[in-house]
Design a binder for this molecule. Sequence first.
Ligand code: PLP
Length: 470
Amino acid sequence: MSDDINKAKSAILRNIPSIDSLLKIPKAIKWLKEYPRNLVLKALRDAVDTKRTELLSGEAHSVTLNSLISLANDRLTAHTSFSLRPVINATGIVIHTNLGRAPLCKSAIDNAAAIAAGYSTLEYDLKSGRRGKRYTHVQSILKDLTTAEDAFVVNNNAAAVFLCLIAIAKGKEVIISRGELVEIGGSFRIPDIMAHTGARLIEIGTTNKTHLYDYERAITDNTGVILKVHRSNFQITGFTEEVGIDEVTALARKSNITAMYDLGSGCLADLLPYRMHDEPVVKNIVKKGVDIITFSADKLLGGPQCGVIAGRHDLIEAVRTHPLARMVRVDKFAISALEATLMEYADADKSFKNIPVLKMLTEDIREIKKRAVRLASGIKGQTTGHMEVKMISDTSYAGGGSLPGHEFSTYAVVIKPEKQTVNELEARLRCSNPPVIARIKVDSLVLDARTIFDKEVKTIIDMSKSWCAT
Ligand SMILES: *Cc1c(COP(=O)(O)O)cnc(C)c1O
C-alpha cells in the first residue's frame, strides 16, 4: 500500500517541469526581458522547491504549471519590490511609530533630496574655505526656537538621553520619580538606559505620588542630576501628585545640581489655542531655567528622526565633546530635513499649514468631514452590492508618545463587507499597492479621514473596486 503511494508521489515529482523547460514558457521569456536573469531563476527555483516540499509532506497532491508560474510570479514581485514602502495611513493616529512617525513637510523633502543628490557643505565652511562642523547648520535656529543658550543634535532622543547622562552624570546619582520611570516603544526604558551610563539611579516617591520632600531627602553630596521624564505615552489619573518642573528646577539650583528634562515630544508650536494643554512647549520649559532638555524631532515637531539636546552652554559642550557623540551622530539627510522643518516655524501660521503633523492635529473638522464624505461616496460607488459603506464621527489620537489621552474628533468611513470577512478585507487593503492600513472595529473596517492626505482619497477610491473581487 505505502509502496503504491510512494510510487505515485515519485511519478508526480518526476512530472514537475525542469527549470530549463520553465524558462521557455512565454511568461518566463517576458520576465527575462524585464528582470535580471538570476532573479528569474531564483523565483522559478523557489517555486519548484516549495511545490516539491508540499508534495513530499502530503500538503499538496498535484502540481499544475499555472500554480508554479503564479508562485514564481509572487516570488519575483517580492524580490524586485522595496521592503520599505510608502503606505496610506488610515488609522487616524497622526504620529504612528510603526508607520514612520512624522511625514515631512515639502521644503524638508526638497532640501533632503537636493542634499542627497550631490555634494554639500555638510562639514565645510564656505566663509573660510576650511573644514566645518555638521552640527552648526541647525545650531543657531534651534537656539532661536528653543531660547536655549546652546543646542546639539544626535540620531534620536534615546541617544540624546543616553549621551547627556553619560556626559553629565557618570559616576554620580540621578534622582527620578517612580511615576516617571517610563518605557517607550518596548526597548527604551529609563532604568535600563541609566544602568549603562554609569550613573546611579535613585528612585523616589511612589507610582502615583511624588512630593518635593522626596526629592529633597534624596539629595546627597554625590547627586549629579535631577531628571524629569515627560509621561508622553500614558497618563496617571486619580489620587496623584507630581512635582512641577518649576519646583524641581528651583531645588536643583539651590542645591547646585543639574536639572534635566526628557520632554520626549518636542513641541515647538503653541498648541494652547487648540486646547491641547498636556504637551509642554519647549521654550516655556527652557524659560523655567531647566539646565538641559532632550526631545525627538520626528514627533510633534514634525521633522526627521533626530534627538535634540538644548540647554546651558557648558553642559552642551560636555555632551558635544564626549567621545560617544560620534557614534550617535546625525546624518546629512536628517540635518537637511530638520533645518528646513525648523525654518517653517519662523511663520507660526504657515507652520500649521505646511508641517503635516501640525496640520493633521489642528485641521478644521469640516475639512476632515469633506474628505470623509468624498471617500465614502467614492467607495460606495465602486463597491455596491459587496459592502455597506457609511460615514461616522469618530475619535483619533496623536500617538507616538504625544498628547496621551487627548481625543480628537474626526470623521471616518466604515466599511462592512458582505461577501468576505472583515479580516479578509483588512488583509486585502494591507496587501494592496499602495498598502492601506486601517483599523478593524467589530465586523467593519474603519478608515479615519484625519490622516489620509487629500491626494490619497482618489487613490483609495480607484483601488476600492478590486476589494470586491472574489
Ligand atoms: C519618544 C520618547 C523617547 C525616545 O525618543 P526616540 O526619538 O524614539 O529615540 C524618549 N523619552 C520620551 C519621554 C519619549 O516620549
